[in-house]
Ligand binder design. Structure first.
Ligand code: IMP
Length: 195
């Protein structure tokens, strides 16, 4: 089976993609020998996913899969959105990002705390062909972190589909409803005939 290289340095994401795409031979870009930073200059999840998948596919001559994702909060006009990883400044500082989000949501009443996670995944084949798919999962922002599972904003996101925070969900529970799982399922449908 042809290897699929995940164009991400985010361990939480890589773990989930390996769990969800368990029927494919998935390895991380670090395992494949790519450890450069990729500039995410796009203004949408889809643009950034395509940039990352193309960068790794072209550098290694492999099939590459990227996920660009984030949290979109109604009361914040869709923020942090594509800036989710760097909301509080430093890239991927989950503790600081969650603290800033809770602070910015402090005066927002319960009925206006709706939010969703979105994931766009892009698969870049060796000939440069790119296939994309996306998925969302809806819920609301809690007033304090609940649970320590998952990664990123999981402890402050109460999943409407699970009836509990993603921070308290098992990997199986989160992967049954998550934005990433939905995006990857849609991608798997599209690439069924290709890979
Ligand atoms: P990216 O690597 O630029 O796509 O950044 C994604 C960021 O969005 C992560 O660093 C997290 O802050 C957030 N994020 C995306 N998916 C999830 C998730 O499943 N749970 C929690 N946070 C997520």
């Amino acid at each position: 089976m042809e290897k699929i290289v995940v164009a991400s340095g985010n361990r939480g994401k890589i773990r989930e993609i390996k769990e969800i795409f368990k029927n494919y031979d998935v390895i991380s870009m670090r395992e494949a020998g790519f450890d450069r930073e990729i500039d995410e200059t796009g203004s949408t999840f889809e643009e950034n996913a395509v940039i990352k998948a193309r960068a790794v596919s072209e550098a290694l001559g492999c099939i590459a899969l990227a996920d660009d994702s984030g949290l979109c909060v109604d009361a914040l006009g869709g923020a942090p959105g594509v800036f989710s990883a760097r909301y509080a400044g430093g890239h991927g500082d989950d503790g600081a990002n969650n603290a800033l989000l809770l602070e910015n949501m402090r005066s927002v009443p319960d009925e206006k705390r709706g939010a969703y996670f979105e994931s766009c995944v892009a698969l870049c084949l060796k000939d440069g062909t790119v296939v994309t798919a996306s998925g969302r999962t809806y819920g609301r922002i809690l007033r304090a972190p609940d649970g320590e599972g998952g990664f990123g904003y999981d402890p402050v996101f109460f999943s409407g589909e699970l009836g509990k925070s993603f921070g308290r969900a098992s990997a199986e529970e989160k992967n049954a409803v998550s934005h990433r799982a939905k995006a990857l399922a849609a991608l798997a449908q599209k690439i069924g005939g290709i890979l």
